[in-house]
Design a protein around this ligand. Structure first.
Ligand code: BES
Ligand code: MN
Ligand code: ZN
Length: 495
């Protein structure tokens, strides 16, 4: 999709479609009021007939609206004006997108970014509109024989900004929104791919392909031999039970010529988590193909950063492995030595994410990063604590955590902090090794982060647990592309 911004009156647009909002009940937005005026009260009459009440998500496509220069006018219901917040705005933009997608209009001019969204400026509204349109049009049909592509798909969307002064910042907002959406698309595609296709070697190939497309990106791939040499006994212990070889994928983005310290993103890339010998129950086990969504968000954010050509250095590290049970798999009670030298008693082979991540985090030290953020579908307990709205964030550096919270609020991709107090560390005590890999049922998200904190003592580090937010279940089953918006915003804020 091609996006642009424009200022000007709706009734004067020569376009296949002009989109305007209507609030409940039948309250015309200012753009709608202009069309109403130009057309001699055409919309007011329609309203009286009861065709458009303004309910959130309602749409009405009109043709032959008198004294306008466009082929169609699309009315989009926006709900109550006083309740028009981030979520309502997104729903209105999504409704617009679906209506345009189903119409024959290949281009449109939308005045929805003019609508007053609580506590958001028009720059935010342009960016969010682009992101929402792109994610609404997202389909994952590459493994279906029949694809539902319309004959005349929407190709070009122009977004309204209030005045000519807003054109340049508006264009930048559209560019950022599109870059974030592209990153989310990458993350969703990787997440949605099944475990038999999206293996550790597949992820490594994707990284190589990205490096071929973009000059600023370099990629290193480590296999089991190199892991052995680096003493990555924890990551290797997860891969033992699988026929698929593990990969440590390193993507280095150079946005500045200087030797500025990079921002490191470290992703859990468990391409399928059966639980290993501590095997999971069968119900919904298919969803454990999404256990690489942390890694997918690293790929996605790297994609956004490449598109935006941000003037910073970034390093993405992905620990890619399967977690499977077989004769060679790790067993409960096994003790392994990590790359940091610390030993771990594996009490539960289903707590594999932290085992894969701890060696990747130790490896990341060599880049001397400014900050390190790991992203992982780490604990079911996170879903119990925060549900499907917020990612959990925990870390050892207060300002890093608050910068992430800020970036999440700015992009409506929010995280919420859980405490990483020393008192919780005790749960990981082991009689036989430096630590156990699980801490029992209480505070599972926190004790998992406690485990990781033992491998990031030298770094400014934060951990995002995205177990509840990385994908949706049910009939909307699929990867969300979160937290690419949060991470990209965090990096934009560093420039
Ligand atoms: N990938 C899972 C966490 C998960 C489970 C995410 C369900 C989303 C939905 C992780 O590897 C895991 O199995 N964690 C265990 C840890 C436990 C053994 C301490 C869990 O949460 O049950
Ligand atoms: Mn697991
Ligand atoms: Zn897992």
């Amino acid at each position: 999709m091609e996006y642009s911004v424009k200022s000007g009156n709706p009734e004067k647009q020569r376009s296949a479609c002009v989109v305007v909002g209507v609030f409940e009940s039948r309250r015309l937005s200012s753009a709608a009021a202009r069309i109403d005026e130009a057309s001699g009260g055409f919309l007011t009459q329609l309203g009286r007939r009861g065709d458009m009440e303004g309910r959130l998500g309602q749409t009405l496509m009109l043709t032959n609206v008198p004294d306008t220069l466009c082929d169609r006018v699309l009315l989009v219901g926006c709900g109550r004006e006083r309740e028009f917040d981030d979520g309502a705005y997104r729903q209105a933009v999504a409704a617009m997108t679906n209506a345009l997608h189903d119409s024959g209009a290949v281009e449109a001019v939308s005045y929805l970014p003019d609508l007053p969204v609580k506590a958001r400026d028009n720059i935010w509204r342009v960016r969010e509109a682009v992101q929402t349109v792109d994610s609404t049009l997202y389909r994952f049909d590459r493994l279906k024989s029949r694809k539902d592509t319309p004959r005349r798909p929407l190709r070009k969307l122009t977004l309204s900004v209030p005045s000519r002064r807003d054109l340049a910042p508006g264009e930048r907002a559209a560019r950022e929104g599109h870059a974030i959406a592209q990153g989310m698309g990458v993350a969703r595609d990787l997440g949605n791919l099944p475990g038999n296709i999206c293996t550790p070697t597949y992820l490594a190939d994707q990284a190589r392909e990205l490096a071929e497309q973009y000059e600023r990106l370099e990629v290193d791939i480590l296999g089991p031999g190199e892991m052995e040499e680096l003493g990555m006994g924890a990551l290797l212990s997860v891969a033992r039970g699988s026929r698929q070889e593990p990969r440590l994928i390193v993507m280095r983005y150079r946005g500045t010529d200087s030797d500025a310290r990079p921002y490191a993103l470290v992703g859990k890339g468990v391409t399928f988590d059966s639980g290993g010998i501590s095997i999971k129950p069968a119900a919904a086990m298919d969803e454990m193909k999404f256990d690489m969504c942390g890694a997918a968000s690293v790929f996605g954010t790297v994609k956004s950063v490449l598109e935006l050509e941000l003037p910073i250095n970034v390093v993405g590290v992905v620990a890619a492995t399967e977690n499977m049970p077989d004769g060679n798999a790790s067993k409960p009670g096994d003790i392994v030595t990590t790359a940091s030298g610390q030993t771990v008693e594996i009490l539960n082979t289903d707590a594999e994410g932290r085992l894969a991540l701890c060696d990747a985090l130790t490896y990341t030290e060599r880049f001397n990063p400014e900050t390190v953020i790991d992203i992982a579908t780490l604990t079911g307990a996170c879903i119990i604590a925060l549900g499907h709205e917020a990612h959990a964030v925990l870390g050892n550096h207060h300002s890093l955590v608050s910068e992430l919270m800020h970036a999440g609020r700015a992009t409506a991709d929010r995280c919420w902090e859980l405490p990483l107090w020393d008192e919780y560390q005790e749960a990981l005590n082991s009689n036989f090794a430096d630590m156990a890999n699980v801490g029992g049922r209480p505070a599972g998200t926190i004790t998992a982060a406690c485990f990781l904190s033992r491998f990031t003592k030298k770094q400014r580090w934060a951990h995002l647990d995205i177990a509840g937010t990385a994908w949706k279940s049910g009939d909307q089953k699929g990867a969300t592309g979160r937290p690419v918006p949060l991470l990209t915003q965090y990096l934009i804020d560093r420039t």
